[in-house]
Design a protein around this ligand. Structure first.
Ligand code: DGT
Ligand code: MG
Ligand code: MG
Ligand code: MG
Ligand code: MG
Length: 236
């Protein structure tokens, strides 16, 4: 490239190179999905079409970027875990995060009509995503990261399932449902679901209860922390 007297402006660019030999987790999260889910009338608390759409988009990201060895999705978020020795973009954080965000978002929008054939994308309500990269320096911590997202899925889903049963089936206001669930234990929520609504939480769809994990090109819904050693066996 020709040198010009303007070239010095390049010196203002700042780049962060992520720590070598450590796991890079890139987590994407839907922007304002509270509003997006209500605009497109997602089923409450879980919309199977939306979850399948995010899985399909994430699967394409995993196919495009081979250094992802495991990914996990729930609600409006997806985490992609890269191999610790990846040299993708020389581990430049801005390139990594922006590439994942745009690849995922482009796939999400491209695949939208397949999962929501009756709902056109509205230009003022385009689903978009933010992203961050986090470095986990050893296997134990990155295993705990994945378990954390899994447990979060479970806790939120049990709460949301009970909350929306109280509102949609029990006729409570959202405020009343919130009050009723304040300080409740998991066992209390299971009991409310069963006694008041005849719902056995165990019978809920696995994808709702457990989130989705992509490993070796397959999407599975499993107790992540029980199988965690299998996913990380190459790094133990
Ligand atoms: P943010 O991430 O700060 O831009 O804001 P939000 O609104 O995306 O907040 P977040 O990510 O903490 O929470 C996800 C929202 O998306 C939450 O309001 C529930 C909603 N959502 C996600 N998946 C579903 C679904 O399957 N059905 C429905 N009805 N809502 C969903
Ligand atoms: Mg967010
Ligand atoms: Mg969000
Ligand atoms: Mg979220
Ligand atoms: Mg370029």
């Amino acid at each position: 490239m020709a040198n010009s007297r303007f070239e010095y402006v390049k010196g203002f660019e700042q780049h962060t190179t992520l720590l070598p030999q450590s796991f890079i987790v890139i987590r994407l999260d839907g922007r304002g999905f509270h509003k997006i889910s209500s605009f497109y009338e997602f089923d409450k608390p879980n919309d199977i079409r939306a979850l399948k759409l995010s899985n399909a988009a994430a699967k394409n990201v995993c196919s495009a970027i081979k250094d992802v060895f495991v990914a996990f999705g729930e609600s409006d978020e997806y985490s992609f875990i890269l191999k610790p020795d990846t040299q993708l973009f020389n581990r430049r954080e801005d390139k990594l995060v922006s590439t994942f965000v745009s690849l995922y978002t482009a796939n999400y929008i491209h695949l939208w009509s397949k999962f929501f054939p009756d709902k056109e994308i509205d230009l003022k309500n385009i689903p978009t995503f933010d992203g961050r990269a986090v470095i986990y320096p050893n296997v134990q911590i990155v295993k705990d990261y994945l378990s954390w997202r899994f447990v979060d899925t479970h806790i939120n889903n049990l709460y949301n399932t009970t909350f929306w049963a109280l509102v949609l089936k029990g006729g409570l206001s959202t405020k009343q449902a919130e009050e009723k669930l304040k300080g409740s234990l998991s066992s209390d929520k299971n009991e409310i679901l069963f006694k008041e609504f005849g719902i056995n939480y165990n019978d809920e769809l696995e994808i709702f209860k457990k989130g989705s994990l992509i490993y070796k090109g397959e999407i599975v819904h499993v107790d992540v922390y029980k199988k965690i050693d299998e996913f990380f066996k190459d790094y133990l």
